[in-house]
Ligand binder design. Structure first.
Ligand SMILES: [Zn+2]
Length: 245
């Protein structure tokens, strides 16, 4: 770096720049990277102030696109939804962005890059892979919202929640597992379901009511009309039970 600056100094001198201009050029070379790296911090601070969520910067791979999608997704949600993101037992929602599916504790929850909501460590954490789209961020925020009443690491207890029961009944899902199985299961992947409704989604990361809910929530806040056409039942349910206070 020093050698490079010395070479540059010689080259600039040859072009008859004044001393002040020369120093300005050198100073911007040194300080420009600091200003560039401060940009995510400014944007993160704005998001914190607007929505009350914590954007984790240390050790993360935030880009303008990643932060922009988080900002866009949060801006589409009503304030009463934003204020209830994450388990109410765990305080604020922390949003991370890395390629290793790493939570704040440093644990990689999945072996490959993934987007997910976790409260297993007693903290509300949304871990995003870099450069995700607004609908993907909305989908993950939906999980943070739908699990707002469950204690840390007890995801399956969401099926005792009256709202979730209502969503399942409205859309055609039935829980086949017993109450005892719900009590001991870690999450929905350890439970059995039946679905009697029509096919709505081309893709669900797992065939269960929580994924259906998250897809419905994301599409409602991203493209209202599209959800109304695709599934009037889901449109009505999100409108009445999520969008309306
Ligand atoms: Zn999901």
């Amino acid at each position: 770096m020093l050698r490079f600056l010395q070479q540059l100094t010689r080259r600039l001198r040859g072009r008859s720049l004044t001393k002040a201009k020369l120093w300005l050029a050198l100073l911007s070379l040194v300080f420009l990277p600091l200003f560039v790296s401060a940009e995510p911090a400014c944007e993160a601070q704005k998001i914190r102030e607007r929505y009350g969520v914590e954007i984790v910067l240390v050790g993360q791979s935030w880009s303008e696109t990643s932060l922009g999608a988080v900002d866009d997704a949060l801006s589409r949600l009503p304030p009463h939804v934003v204020s209830q993101l994450g388990s109410r037992f765990n305080g604020s929602l922390y949003i991370l962005c890395n390629t290793e599916s790493r939570t704040l504790s440093g644990t990689s929850v999945f072996s490959h890059g993934a987007n997910f909501y976790s409260n297993s460590d007693g903290r509300n954490e949304l871990v995003l892979y870099p450069d995700q789209s607004t609908p993907t961020v909305l989908h993950e925020l939906a999980h943070a919202y739908q699990l707002r009443l469950v204690p840390a690491g007890k995801y399956a207890l969401v099926f005792r929640d009256e709202k979730m029961k209502d969503f399942m009944q409205a859309t055609g899902w039935r829980l086949l597992s017993s109450d005892a199985q719900v009590e001991t299961a870690l999450d929905q992947t350890q439970l059995s379901f039946a679905y009697d409704g029509p096919t709505v989604w081309h893709f669900m990361s797992n065939n269960d009511p929580l994924e259906d809910y998250a897809n419905s929530f994301a599409l409602f806040f991203y493209d209202l009309e599209r959800l109304r056409q695709l599934s009037p039942v889901r449109y009505d349910w999100i409108l009445e039970h999520v969008a309306s206070e």
